[in-house]
Design a protein around this ligand. Structure first.
Ligand code: UP5
Ligand code: MG
Length: 199
């Protein structure tokens, strides 16, 4: 069972909006553990002997959401690993869950089986800006989904499948929307202001 004294903040927003970049800053200043669902899936895809490698690869290239059983298990393992580690520098009860949940079933299952989120940071900017950021990153990222075909599919999935999750949390008054069209520093100022109420 998952310990009761953990806290989780969901970090949501479209592809390339800057979730990972802002999470890295928050880790430095607040001591959160950063769990990117996408990073966990990519690590599982590359793990020798993983029975899900091929499936994950296909879903990511198509910009589709990997079945929740896989992603939630990976998140749960990562949370428990950090919670129970003997290495104090890695120990934490405060988690930033980045890029998850991005489908309604995931939102409901995670909050029921693991813990309800404390707050949802929703990073927002236009698709034009996200596209520019992703095409720039594509030059060096080595990510197989950083190409124009996959990016278009990721945008479509975000609008159709992931925005309903943001709207669901909005109805629960849990969402803080952050304008990400600005510089990394300016966005981070807004993030810090948002966290004041939850730290
Ligand atoms: N950058 C960042 N902020 C900037 C700013 N303010 N001004 C200028 N530049 C800025 O940033 C992207 C780029 O923009 C970087 O080069 C950065 O320097 C620059 P980054 O912080 O990496 O953005 P992020 O939002 O993290 O973008 P990412 O591509 O990681 O978002 P996605 O949501 O698309 O990717 P993720 O890894 O979360 O998911 C990938 C795939 O995994 C999904 O498409 C899906 O197929 C699968 N998945 C699931 O199936 N289930 C899940 O639960 C999660 C993922
Ligand atoms: Mg990311």
């Amino acid at each position: 069972p998952v310990p009761k004294d953990i806290s989780v903040i969901f970090v949501l927003g479209g592809p390339g909006v800057g979730k990972g970049t802002q999470c890295a800053r928050m880790v430095k200043d607040y001591g959160f553990v950063h769990l990117s669902a996408g990073d966990l899936l990519r690590a599982e895809q590359n793990r020798k002997g993983s029975e899900f490698g091929e499936l994950i690869k296909k879903y990511i290239a198509e910009g589709l959401i990997v079945p929740q059983e896989i992603t939630i298990q990976l998140l749960k393992n990562a949370i428990l690993e950090h919670y129970y580690t003997k290495e104090t520098s890695k120990q934490s009860k405060k988690f930033l869950v980045d890029g998850f949940p991005r489908k309604m079933d995931q939102a409901i299952t995670f909050e029921k089986e693991i813990t309800p989120s404390k707050v949802v940071l929703f990073f927002d900017c236009s698709e034009d800006i996200m596209l520019t950021r992703l095409m720039e990153r594509a030059k060096t990222s080595g990510r197989e989904d950083d190409n124009i075909e996959s990016i278009k599919k990721r945008f479509k999935t975000f609008v159709e499948t992931s925005m309903p999750v943001v709207e669901y949390f909005e109805k629960m008054d849990k969402v803080v929307k952050i304008d990400c069209a600005k510089s990394v520093d300016e966005v981070y100022e807004e993030v810090k202001a948002a966290l004041k109420n939850y730290e």
